[in-house]
Design a protein around this ligand. Structure first.
Ligand code: SF4
Length: 477
C-alpha cells in the first residue's frame, strides 16, 4: 500500500476517495449518550490509517469516549497522519493550527498526533508543536488511555515503539462513518520490502500477519451486522503468511481469501494492496473460483522502466510485471487492474518516461494513483540518490501520464456500454438522490435510477447505457 495521500485534483487521479480525506467520524452518536467524554478524529492517507482509526475508536470506547463531528465539543482531538509525501505532512501542520485554536477556546482539551508522521518525527513533534500533548506511533495505540490520563495531569507523552507482534487482533474495531455496506479488515501490519522511495517500513515496522481465525471472527461479525463487502487490508497482502504456534498449520493469503469468501457467498471480498513480486497463481485461482471474491486487483507498478524499478528497489522488472498481467488475463479474463505510478524518480530519462506511458497501454488499467516523486527523509533514495528531476519536468510527465490514463479509463468504460453488471448498492448518487450508486465486481462506479424494491446493500443487475471516464450509467433490469 503506498502513497495514497497526495492528491492531484484531476478526474483520473485517484486516491483514497477525496470525500474521505480528513474524515471526521460520528457514527455512534446513538451510543454516545451514555459516554461522558467526546473525541474528534481526522484520518489521512491510506486505508490502513482509516482502519487504525477504527481500532483507536474501540480503545476509546472502553475509556468512556464517543466520537463527535464538532471539534469545539471535543475533550480529545486526534489526527491520524500520513507521511508518504511532503504534501501530506503540510496538511497535518495546517490542521494542527486549527486544533490549537479549538484548544485555546476550550482549555483542557487534549491534542494527540497518531500514525506515520508521528512515528517519523517522534519527539521532534513535541518540540515543534507546543500544544500537542500526545504522540503515538501505529503500534502503540493500546497506550492511549495512559497517555490521556497523564496529559489530563499536564504531562505530555510519547510512545513510538514499533512492534514485531502487534496486530490488534483482539480489538473489535468500531466502524466509523461507514455506509454499513463496505468495511475494512486489516490482516497484517508493516512491510518487509524496502522500496527506496518509501517511508512505510520505517513508520510501520516489520511485517507480521494476524491470526486468521480472528480475521474470520471479524468477518462473521461484519456479516451479522449486515455488511455486504469486506476489504482485506495490508501493505503487501500477498506476503501474508501465518503459522499456528503448536499445530504448525500454515495459512497463506490465498487460503485466507477462500476462508473469508466462505463466510457468506453474498458478501463480497476485496483486498489491497498486492505486490507484483509476491502475487501467486493460487490467489488468481481463488478469484476465478469464488464468485464473491471480486474480479479486481490493485497491482502497483510505480514505473514502466526496469532501470528505474531497480533504483526503486521494487525487485521486479518490466517483463516480470507484464508476465503477471498476462497471467491475470489468462486465468480471470474479465478481471480489471489498477496501479500506482511514481513519475520523475531520480535520474528518470524521457525514454524511461515513455516506457511508463507504454506500460499503461499494455496493462489497460481502469484507473491509477499517479504522483511525481517526493523525496522522503531517511529513505534509501534520499540517502543514495539526488532528487535531480526538475519540478517542471515532473509535472509535465505527470500530466502526460494522467492524460493517457484518462483516455484508457474512458475507452474501458465505453467498451462496457450494452453490458450488464451485478452492482452492490452503496448509497445515493452524489448528484441526485433519485439515483443509486454502487460498484461492479470490477470496481467500476455505476450510477442508475432507483427502482421499487431495491435498497442500499442490495445487489442489482444494471445494464450500461452510457459512460464517462469515471462512471458507468445504466438501468436496473
Ligand atoms: S516499502 Fe514498497 S511495498 Fe512496502 S509499503 Fe512501501 S511502497 Fe509498498
Amino acid at each position: 500500500m503506498h502513497n495514497d495521500s497526495s492528491l492531484i485534483d484531476n478526474k483520473n487521479t485517484k486516491s483514497i476517495d477525496p470525500a474521505l480525506q480528513g474524515q471526521v467520524f460520528a457514527t455512534d452518536i446513538i451510543k454516545s449518550a451514555s459516554k461522558s467524554k467526546r473525541f474528534y478524529i481526522e484520518s489521512y492517507g491510506c486505508a490502513m490509517n482509516f482502519s487504525d482509526s477504527e481500532i483507536v475508536a474501540s480503545i476509546l470506547d472502553k475509556e468512556d469516549y464517543s466520537p463527535t463531528k464538532q471539534i469545539e465539543e471535543a475533550d480529545l482531538i486526534l489526527i491520524n497522519t500520513c507521511s508518504i509525501r511532503e504534501k501530506a505532512e503540510e496538511t497535518v501542520r495546517k490542521r494542527l493550527f486549527i486544533y490549537n485554536k479549538a484548544k485555546r477556546n476550550r482549555p483542557g482539551t487534549i491534542i494527540g498526533v497518531l500514525g506515520c508522521m508521528a512515528e517519523r518525527l517522534k519527539s521532534k513533534f513535541l518540540e515543534e508543536e507546543k500544544l500537542v500533548d500526545i504522540v503515538l506511533g501505529p503500534d502503540s495505540y493500546r497506550d492511549l488511555p495512559v497517555l490521556i490520563k497523564n496529559a489530563s495531569a499536564g504531562e505530555r507523552g510519547i510512545n513510538v515503539l514499533l512492534s514485531r507482534e502487534e496486530t490488534y487482533a483482539d480489538i473489535s474495531p468500531i466502524r466509523l462513518d461507514s455506509n454499513g455496506v463496505s468495511g475494512f479488515i486489516s490482516i497484517m501490519r508493516g512491510c518487509d520490502n524496502m522500496c527506496s522511495f518509501c517511508v512505510v517500513p520505517f513508520t510501520r515496522g516489520r511485517e507480521r500477519s494476524r491470526d486468521p481465525y480472528t480475521i474470520l471472527a471479524e468477518a462473521k461479525e461484519m456479516q451479522e451486522q449486515g455488511f455486504k463487502e469486506i476489504t482485506l487490508l495490508g501493505q503487501n497482502v500477498d506476503s501474508y503468511k501465518w503459522q499456528h504456534p503448536e499445530s504448525k498449520e500454515q495459512i497463506s493469503f490465498s487460503d485466507l481469501l477462500i476462508m473469508v469468501a466462505k463466510v457468506d457467498p453474498q458478501v463480497r471480498v476485496r483486498f489491497s494492496t498486492s505486490h507484483p513480486k509476491d502475487i501467486t497463481d493460487d490467489v488468481l485461482y481463488a478469484i476465478r473460483d469464488y464468485h464473491n471474491i471480486c474480479n479486481y486487483i490493485h497491482l502497483p507498478i510505480q514505473s514502466g522502466s526496469s532501470r528505474i524499478l531497480e533504483l526503486m528497489n521494487r525487485t521486479y522488472t518490466r517483463e516480470w510485471y507484464i508476465s503477471k498481467i498476462d497471467r491475470i488475463n489468462e486465468i480471470i479474463p474479465n478481471c480489471t487492474v489498477s496501479c500506482d505510478i511514481i513519475t520523475g524518480f531520480c535520474t528518470e530519462t524521457e525514454e524511461d518516461h515513455l516506457e511508463t506511458l507504454s506500460i499503461l497501454e499494455y496493462c489497460n488499467y481502469i484507473f491509477s494513483y499517479m504522483y511525481y516523486y517526493s523525496e522522503r527523509p531517511g529513505t534509501l533514495a534520499a540517502r543514495k540518490y539526488a532528487d535531480d528531476i526538475p519540478l517542471e519536468t515532473k509535472k509535465r510527465r505527470l500530466q502526460e501520464i494522467v492524460d493517457r490514463q484518462g483516455e484508457l479509463s474512458y475507452n474501458s468504460n465505453q467498451r462496457d456500454i450494452g453490458s450488464t453488471f451485478e452492482v452492490l448498492i452503496e448509497g445515493n448518487s452524489k448528484r441526485d438522490d433519485q439515483e443509486f450508486k454502487g460498484r461492479s465486481s470490477q470496481y467500476k462506479m455505476v450510477v442508475f435510477p432507483k427502482k421499487e424494491g431495491y435498497k442500499v446493500g442490495d445487489y442489482a443487475q444494471v445494464k450500461i447505457s452510457s459512460a464517462t471516464r469515471g462512471t458507468l450509467r445504466g438501468q436496473i433490469i
